[in-house]
Design a binder for this molecule. Sequence first.
Ligand code: GCB
Length: 616
Amino acid sequence: MKNIASFGVLLISLTLTGQELFLQNAYNRIATSLNGEWNYIVDPYENGFYDYRYEPFENAESVSKNAFFTNSKPTDKTDLIEYDFDKAPLIKVPGDWNTQKEKLYYYEGTVWYKKSFDYTKAHDSNRVFVYFGAANYEVDIYLNGEKLGKHVGGFTPFQFEVSPLLREKDNFLIVKVDNKRKREAVPTLNTDWWNYGGLTRDVKLIETPGTYINDYFIQLKKDDNRLITGYLELNGDDVSNKKITLEIPELKLKKELLTNVEGKALLEIKTKKIQYWSPENPKLYEVLLRTDGETLQDHIGFRTINTEGKYILLNGEPTFLRGICLHEESPNEGGGRANSQEEARKLLGWAKELGCNFVRLAHYPHNEYIIREADKMGIMVWEEDPVYWTIDWENEATYRNAENQLSEVIHRDKNRASVIIWSMANETPTSGARNEFLGSLAEHARQMDPTRLISAALEISRYEGNPTTLTISDSYADVVDVLSFNQYIGWYVGTPELAQRITWKITQDKPVIISEFGAGAKYGFHGDALTRWSEEYQADLYKETLKMIDKIEKLQGVTPWILKDFRSPRRLLNGIQDDYNRKGLISDKGEKKQAFFVLQDYYQKKPWKMSNNFPK
Ligand code: GCB
C-alpha cells in the first residue's frame, strides 16, 4: 500500500487542478462573499452535462449551448434552448437542498447552481480565487463557461484561481453538485447519517497579491514545549529568496525568514515564557505574517499533546477527555447541515453545559467555524476522515480519495490547538486490505502532522470466546496512539443491566477512549427503565455504562453517542424515529432528555486532571 500511497500523491497533484493552492486561514483574508441566493436547476439525468449519447459536453470539440455551464440564452425567437438559469428558482448558499426544498428531501443526484456577479480587483496585479468551504459530494466548477476544475469529497475546502477568466461585469459561476452515493466513494453507499447535498458551506472570492502566503504550519514541537516549529510557504511566479516576517507581539517575538527556491521557509523559534493553551486557559496569541505585499493575521494557541503508557498528556499533564460526539447538524429549528458561527457556538455551548472538555466530530470533517470556536472556548477536538464501515479497501482510487480528504482537513486545521486527534476511520471490518489502507493513512497523517495523535474508532470482540469478557483484538490497535472503540452493550446487545456482568481485558499499553455508547430515546416518551425508546431506558443505560467503564483501568476519555438527535434514512420507526437517530441527549428541537443530566452529573464529579495517579 505504500506504493499506492505515493502513487496517489503523484496522481492527485497531476490531475486535480488547484490542489496545490491552500489559502491557509481563508477566513482572515480579503474576501467577497458569494453566499446568498443562487439559481438552481435539478437535473436527475444530468442532461446539462451529457449529450444524448451520454458523452460529456465538455469533451466535445465545440461545446453545445445545451451544456448548462455555457449559461446560453436564445439568440432569436427560433432558437431552442431547454434551460434558463435566470428563470430557475432560488436556493440559499450555504445550505443543503434537502432541508430547504420539500421536493428535494430524499433527492440524491445532480443539482446545478448559478451565481452572477461583478468584480473589480483592488490592484491589477492581484490574484483572485474562488473558495468553497465544502460541497457534497462531487462538483464540477465553471466560470464564464470555462471549466475551473473538479473536486471530490463532501466535507473539506477547495479553491480555484479565477484571475485569468474574471471580468468586471456579468461573471457567471456555475457549479454542478452531485451527491449520488457510490460503492467506491468515501464514505461509501451505507452510512447512518443523511446525505445532505449542495453547496453546504461558505463560498467566496479571495483576493491576494501576485505572490501570496499560501500556507503555514506554526505549532509547538511535540516533545519540546519551548520550540515553535513548522513552515511558511509562498505561491506565485516569484517565490524564491523572499522575506517573510513572523511576529507574535505579546511574546515580543519577531523573526525574519527567507524562502528557498520552492517558496518555503522552515521555522524553528525558541520561546521563553508562554501560556499554554488548555481547556482552563484557552490562550490564543495573535500571530502576524508579513511579506512585501500582504499581512495575514491569525490567532494560534500553543500546547503539546502526547501519550505515555496509558496516559494522554496535555502540556505534560495527564488529562481525562470528558467528551461527546457530534454530527454537523444545525441546533436550530428545521435542522439540516450546520454552517455558521452561531450554530457552532450553540452546539459547543451545549457540550460545555454538559461539562465537556472534548468533542468527537463524527464522522467527517466539520466546518471551520466549529474548530475556531473550540479553539476559543477551550474544547479539545477529534477530527475524522469519512472512512466509515465498508469502504472499497482494494480500490486504489478509493484510497487516494480518502487520503486526499484527510490531507485537506489536516491542511485546514493544523494550526488549531484544539485539534488533538486525527481519526482515520470508524468501525471498519478487519482484513489485510483494510489494515494496509488504514496503515497508509496513518503514515500519511503522521508525515503531514507529527504534532498530534492518531486514532480510529475500532470495534470490540470477545476474549477467548467468552461473551462477557471483552477485548480489542484488532491489529490496528498497534498503529494508533490512542486506542478508541465503540460499544453498545445494553442497546444492540442485551439490556443495560448486562453492563455489570462485563469485564474488559485490554492488553495494549495505550490510553483508552470509549468513542461511542448510547441508546435511543424519544424526548417526552416515558416508561420504566426497560421500555425501549423511553427517556428512562436511555438514562439507565448511561448510569450502568458509566459504572462499567469506570472499571476500565486505562480509560482516559469517553465520547458518548451523541449530543443531539440527527437525521438518518436508516431510522424509520414511525412515531418514534421518523427519520431521526434518537440517541441524542438533546432532541432535534433542542429539548434535554434525562440522560443529559446523568452524564452532566458524572462529568461534574470526574476530575480532568489525573495527576494524582501519574508516576513521576
Ligand atoms: C455506530 C456508528 C454511528 C451510528 C451509531 C448508531 O456504531 O459509529 O455512526 O450512528 O452506531 O446509532 O447505531
